[in-house]
Design a protein around this ligand. Structure first.
Ligand code: ADE
Length: 332
């Protein structure tokens, strides 16, 4: 069974409630992603000036927890439109997609998360809907089959994906704007933690904010989750204000080190160092030796370990860096 991870950027049930309470409602409340905010604000303003019901279709790509969903809610709000949110894998049949599209209202945003996991048949059906706001449905089968054209309301599709390369090029080319959500800077994460603390009525010292930020993998979802855990810890200790010591103790209790690594991350590094003499090791071998699934290594562990320069990906496999070896020594 998978051990629960505090620093995984993927959504957990508890995050859904937390995300909702903390989600910024406008671009002015949203911290970070400056380029995206600026670009999209211009797109929205121009569409409003032209009195158009919707804007061009938009694609967001980048890691989990970096704000793709939040940005989409804000786009809908700033346009004064409704939003329908669905997960790509839940669109399994042509009928599913037809029902979703025909139930939209004029000008609505349709947000499809994990759009790369949408069924291929549905993906092809969505092209004419994106371009001409119509659907071609095939009724019946065999020689009696016929197509029926169905009009759908004008809408804006916002697609989100963590895997841009998995998106077919015909789909990709139908988006008017493609934006990469970037990792946040440390000062932005600190700002987010301060904003969240104020919304959750948490009194917190500046040095505690800094410590949580440095363990948050530059990811707002992880930062907010850690903030909540640290707050719980501080409350149990009977403290009214979260101090750096509270944060330190809580993070150490959660087994999160000062680089934001958990035991799972360290296991990958230790496996590389001890079982492969530092590497290179292929994904398959690393997966077997560390007892972690390949997808988990690729989606969860590796992006951050590569980002902080702890693992290098070479044509012959993964290699541990000197920086990572030093880090491992400090925590042994
Ligand atoms: N909460 C989560 N992400 C945020 C962001 N980018 N700005 C403000 N608050 C947030």
């Amino acid at each position: 069974m998978q051990k629960e991870r505090r620093v995984s950027p993927q959504t957990k049930k508890e995050d859904e409630v937390l995300d909702l309470a903390l989600r910024p409602q406008s671009f002015s409340q949203y911290i970070g992603q400056e380029k995206i905010k600026k670009n999209i604000s211009i797109i929205i303003e121009a569409a409003k000036k032209r009195k158009e019901a919707c804007i061009e279709h938009i694609l967001f790509y980048g890691g989990s927890g970096l704000g793709k969903t939040t940005l989409s809610y804000i786009v809908a709000k700033e346009m004064g439109s409704g939003i329908r949110v669905i997960a790509g894998p839940s669109i399994k049949k042509a009928g599913d997609l037809a029902a979703i599209l025909t139930n939209l209202r004029e000008g609505d945003v349709l947000f499809i998360d994990e759009i790369h996991r949408m069924n291929r048949v549905c993906e092809e059906m969505i092209y004419p809907a994106m371009e001409e706001f119509k659907l071609n449905l095939i009724i019946g089968n065999g020689p009696m089959a016929r197509t029926m054209e169905l009009k759908v309301p004008r809408f804006t599709l916002i697609g989100a994906t963590t895997r841009l390369a998995f998106l077919s090029s015909p789909l990709r080319s139908r988006f008017g704007g493609t934006f990469r959500v970037e990792n946040y800077k440390k000062n932005e994460i600190e700002e987010i933690i301060k904003r969240s603390s104020s919304l959750l009525d948490i009194k917190i010292k500046n040095d505690a904010v800094k410590l949580i930020a440095s363990c948050s993998r530059f990811n707002p979802r992880v930062a907010n989750r850690l903030l909540k855990r640290v707050r719980d810890f501080s409350e149990v200790e009977g403290n009214k204000t979260v101090s750096r010591k509270d944060a330190q103790e809580a993070l150490s209790f959660l087994d999160i080190d000062e680089m934001g690594l958990e035991s799972g991350d360290r296991k990958i590094l230790q496996t590389l160092e001890e079982k492969f003499s530092g590497g290179p090791a292929g994904l398959h071998s690393l997966s077997i030796a560390s007892s972690e699934e390949k997808e988990t290594i690729i989606d969860i562990y590796e992006p951050y370990l590569v980002q902080i320069g702890f693992i290098k990906r070479t044509p012959r496999g993964r290699v541990i860096t000197e920086k990572a070896k030093k880090h491992l020594k400090t925590i042994k």
